[in-house]
Design a protein around this ligand. Structure first.
Ligand code: SF4
Length: 335
């Protein structure tokens, strides 16, 4: 069979910078565990709501890909689990889904980020179990073994109240023995909501609030009762994908299919997102997607190295398609 020499292949690949990145960059794995959500925020890139399927990525599938990634030198030891709403697993799937995955992933010293809208704090039937699980998962691991990410913006219903109640519960909990990390994200126009949140916490009986800077990273933390560390972050505007396409303030991205990088400019990483519908997509919130299936025809998870190779091929095809389009239509911009 005809084979390209390595040097020819390298020269040929120079015409495909995006697929080069997909092939060579270290990667994060994101699991969009379900598409279902209690809310239907207008800025939702995933178009999640109560009408979406209640299907979850099986626990065994997440574990399979975590184990496969650990054999791969390109995996950068970071996993994000999100949705839809992850904590709806307690109602629709398996009450052990979240704690089992936290324990499995953090036991392997992988950095884990759990994203939740916090709506469960208002639900009597869920609140106690979820708080207990998150606290015991923290107590059983090193400090900051995993991070909880909460959204604080004008689009999420009750965001300020939900964030406040969750942080208050953790800060005042006597059973929590370990330091925990929360990431609170919003948009630049909602920065005042973060200030209101801190003020509310500061004025709460039994809660102390202080600020500190990690001098190596320059990261600013707000700390509640010495063991709840909060990192705030704000971005300019929502991505114009999913339902957010209808928002005038959402920013469309040119060639969104190639918008799949994360990390800082010095240490770029690739975002690879597995979803509950059976797809792996490059980028967390890209518009036009570069996607391949993670299931084979018998519904079993496909090997990770096959998926990675298919993503490189798909990206190359996408680059060819865009090159042809922009050759004939020089001003063409895809959104
Ligand atoms: S943005 Fe988050 S909370 Fe809002 S509908 Fe989408 S998944 Fe649910």
């Amino acid at each position: 069979m005809f084979k390209f020499s390595k040097s020819f292949e390298r020269k040929f690949n120079k015409f495909f910078p995006a697929s080069e990145l997909v092939q060579n960059l270290p990667y994060f794995m994101i699991f969009k565990a379900t598409h279902w959500c209690w809310y239907n925020c207008p800025h939702c890139c995933e178009s999640s709501d109560k009408n979406r399927s209640k299907t979850f990525i099986p626990e065994s599938v997440v574990k399979y890909y975590v184990d496969s990634a650990l054999q791969d030198t390109k995996f950068c030891n970071n996993v994000i689990i999100t949705g839809g709403e992850l904590m709806s697993a307690y109602e629709h799937h398996d009450i052990n889904y979240v704690p089992n995955l936290i324990n499995y992933i953090t036991d392997k010293n992988i950095l884990l980020d759990l994203k939740t809208n916090g709506a469960w704090i208002e639900k009597q039937n869920l609140q106690k179990n979820i708080l207990q699980d998150l606290i015991s998962c923290s107590n059983n691991h090193r400090p900051f073994a995993y991070q909880i990410s909460l959204s604080l913006d004008k689009y999420h219903p009750n965001a300020l109240e939900n964030n406040y109640k969750i942080l208050k519960e953790f800060a005042q909990n006597k059973e929590l023995k370990q330091s925990m990390l929360f990431h609170i994200s919003g948009f630049d126009s909602d920065k005042d909501m973060y200030e209101k949140l801190l003020l509310k916490l500061k004025n709460t009986y039994n809660i102390s609030l202080e600020k500190t800077v990690d001098f190596t990273s320059g990261q600013l933390f707000d700390i509640l009762n010495k063991n709840i560390f909060i990192i705030p972050s704000f971005s300019p505007a929502p991505f114009a994908n999913g339902r957010a396409k209808n928002l005038s303030e959402a920013k469309p991205t040119d060639f969104p299919q190639f918008n799949f990088l994360g990390g800082s400019p010095e240490s770029l990483t690739l975002l690879m997102a597995f979803d509950a519908a059976g797809n792996v997509t490059l980028g967390e919130n890209s518009g036009r997607k570069i996607t391949v299936p993670w299931r084979d025809k018998n519904n079993n998870p496909r090997p990770l190295d096959e998926i990675r190779k298919d993503l490189v091929i798909k990206t190359k095809l996408e680059e060819i398609r865009v090159k042809i389009k922009t050759f004939f239509l020089p001003n063409y911009i895809e959104r």
